[in-house]
Design a protein around this ligand. Structure first.
Ligand code: GLN
Length: 507
């Protein structure tokens, strides 16, 4: 069996037992990147040399960290000291992170190996990775389809066996939706469970770092090394961290799972609905009690999310003014072409610099969100939009709190449809936004949620069978329960073990 076929957990075991070295593991994955990434474009930067040097150091020092020698790909929204962190934007094209994110320092201590930085929608705004300023990534199951977004590169590289683990961020679904589209497992932990120090902010009340892997056990493995309070992130929680790996099991007796009737809404593909029904059967066979529940506030989630996320983004992205970070428009050039009779030169030059920097540095989707957010926060509109959205958010939170007194977890689809073709929705932002209907609720409520492979669509004339992902949501800090239920499901099914065929080579 080739090393790239092993899960992170199996690699850790094999490395401990000396069956292979960290250099062998990393060169196998690096070969896979070299072979396929020119087409997939999951990575924005991949440094074979650097990754093999990290692995060699682990071999020579006999490092014993819990992730010793395991390759990890990192979404380009998380800072690694001395490396470019572009956020998929021209604005940060030349930005080199001056420090490690707390998560990166923790994973360094666990002796993980950083393979490279993965592609994403600009500033994590999008659902297809088509908004990246550096070109789109592809879905390994069909190169003509999107991998999802915004962490499309991170999902795609796990699906294509370019790495066993990757890190993403999830503000409204950006880990779970691409995990569903690419046929991998993706967890968004509870708000505050993993430190965000060194994660470039999109919408601070919603952002959370999350993980991609083939299965729930691998997610538990990396979450064990990542979760916990960080004094550098005041929003990180002091709630004690559980041993997520140790909590896995296969008996779900007594677990109560709710199936919201509203999730079977118009727009949900029949095939995904059929997968929900089948997953219910599997979970029941494992001992879970599944019953129908009602979550009427769900339908307002997308509207509330896009207002709140855009309002917060308009504030967070105000810092990109050309004075502090990254890109700065060349205002001297612009100055020359202006007539001498305009406003006083200094003020004008500064304003010009801001305008030019922001209009050249940001792409269209980011500008759309900044304008929407600025408008919704402006005097006269604040009450009608932002305040209303906050009220809906509170109602969603209340509804979920109440629901979790009756059931332990909520099961449903991750997305209304499987991955669509590249270009199919890029001209229609609203239809793309509506695809987030099932994922945004967890961010609005701050609760953890996981997406796992649970079927395939049927082949179409212009698209092969594509993966289907389902979602489990739980109350705050129920990561262990989510991972346990998912792992039990994965022990009873083989959807998560299927791999795409890349250029005739099984990945
Ligand atoms: N698709 C959503 C958006 O475009 C979610 C993005 C995310 O989670 N970063 O905002």
């Amino acid at each position: 069996m080739s090393l790239i076929e092993l899960s992170a957990f199996e690699l850790v075991e094999g490395l401990k037992q000396g069956q292979f070295s960290a250099q062998e593991v990393n060169s196998s994955f690096a070969d896979q990147v070299d072979l396929h990434d020119s087409k997939l474009k999951a990575f924005l930067r991949f440094d074979r040399q650097e990754c093999l040097e990290q692995a060699a150091k682990i071999d020579s020092t006999g490092s014993k960290g819990n992730l010793a020698g395991i390759p990890i790909a990192v979404k380009d929204v998380i800072c690694i000291e001395g490396q470019k962190t572009t956020c998929g934007s021209r604005m940060l094209e030349e930005f080199v992170a001056p420090y490690d994110a707390t998560l990166i320092s923790r994973l360094r201590k666990s002796d993980g190996v950083f393979l490279g930085k993965t592609n994403m929608d600009e500033f994590a705004m999008g659902s297809s990775t088509e908004n990246s300023a550096f070109g789109r990534s592809c879905n390994p199951w069909h190169f003509g389809s999107v991998p999802g977004g915004s962490s499309g590169g991170a999902a795609s590289c796990v699906a294509a066996s370019l790495t066993p683990l990757s890190i993403g961020s999830d503000t409204g679904g950006s880990v779970r939706q691409p995990a569903a589209f690419c046929g991998v497992t993706g967890l968004k932990p509870t708000y505050g469970r993993v430190s965000r120090y060194g994660l470039i902010a999109f919408a601070s009340s919603l952002d959370q770092i999350g993980f991609f892997a083939r299965d729930a056990r691998d997610v538990a493995l990396i979450l064990n090394e990542s979760a916990g309070h960080d004094q550098r992130d005041s929003t990180s929680s002091r709630e004690p961290v559980v041993d997520y790996l140790g909590s896995l099991g296969s008996d779900l007796s007594g677990l109560k799972i709710g199936l919201p009737i509203e999730y079977q809404s118009e727009g949900l593909s029949d095939e995904i609905q059929a997968s929900v029904v089948e997953a219910r059967r599997v979970l029941e066979s494992l001992g879970a009690e599944v019953s129908e529940i009602s979550l009427p506030m769900t339908q307002y989630g997308v509207a509330a999310y896009y207002l709140i996320a855009s309002c917060e983004a308009s504030g967070n992205l105000a810092r990109y003014d050309g004075a502090h970070y990254g890109f700065r428009a060349n205002c001297q050039e612009d100055q020359k072409s202006r007539s001498a009779s305009s406003t006083p030169p200094d003020a004008n030059r500064l304003l010009e610099m801001y305008c030019q920097t922001r209009s050249k540095g940001f792409g269209p989707e980011v500008k759309r969100r900044i304008m929407l957010g600025t408008y919704a926060l402006s005097a006269g509109y604040y009450d009608a939009y932002y305040l209303q959205a906050l009220k809906i958010r509170r109602l969603i939170q209340n509804e979920l709190r109440e629901t979790f007194t009756k059931v332990d977890l909520i099961l449903g689809p991750t997305t209304p449809t499987p991955a669509y073709r590249i270009g199919e929705k890029s001209k229609d932002p609203l239809s793309m936004y509506l695809g987030d209907i099932y994922t945004v609720v967890a961010n609005l409520a701050g609760i953890p949620a996981i997406s796992f492979p649970a079927g395939f669509s049927t082949e179409k004339a212009d698209q092969p069978a594509m993966p289907i992902g389902l979602q489990l949501q739980g109350p705050a800090f129920a990561e262990a329960e989510l991972l346990k239920a998912t792992w039990a499901f994965q022990n009873a099914t083989d959807w998560h073990q299927r791999r795409p065929v890349l250029d005739g080579v099984v990945g």
